[in-house]
Write a protein that binds this ligand. Sequence first.
Ligand code: CA
Length: 237
Amino acid sequence: MMNQQTIFIVEDEAAIREVVRKYLELDGFRVLEAETGTQALETLREQNVDLILLDIMLPGLDGFTITRSIRNGYNYLASSSGTPIIMLTSRSTEADRLMGFELGVDDYVVKPFSPRELVARVKAVLRRGTGDGQGESEKALVFDNLRIDPRERSVTLNDSLIALTAKEFDLLWFFARHPKQVFTREQLLNQVWGYEFYGDESTVTVHMRRLREKIEPDPAVPSYIHTVWGVGYKFEA
Ligand code: CA
């Protein structure tokens, strides 16, 4: 099989790992497993994976702590810092979701979930992450010192690479393709998150804040993504 993608399941319940593995393998994915947070970080030190399915409640390090370690790109995890993460949780409180998104999680699945739906989410997140989607064959866009390359899905500011999550990249790329246009949070949810997402508008706010912290030379006085008070946001270099 060409270009087989690797999905990494971090989950302490063997029954869940087993069913998820089965469905992913049926779809042609290679699957790695870990039972604890410590094991997960050890595996990520040695292997490259394409997507992580991460349980929140784990013995030892929990899912939030693991996400933080990955996104912070500690040296030994540097190659994983942008790897898409889907959190598996039995808790569906808004506080948990926001905490996850704040840390850079790409999507959420609440237990009990349908394995088919999970596989669909995995594919949706990977599509965004690998540039197989429509219109992704476009050229890099440059705005002042900010360069956004949709094929590499890379962003550089003053020639240094900025580590964005898949969703932060999608958001920035959406804005960059529609300069000077004002979008409400609801429009951004529909355009960037799409139908498969069950979130609310605060999700957008959280992602915007993270994106600004990464790409804006001074997040308090944005040079690229501007707030239009009472309406939403627009991108203008
Ligand atoms: Ca668990």
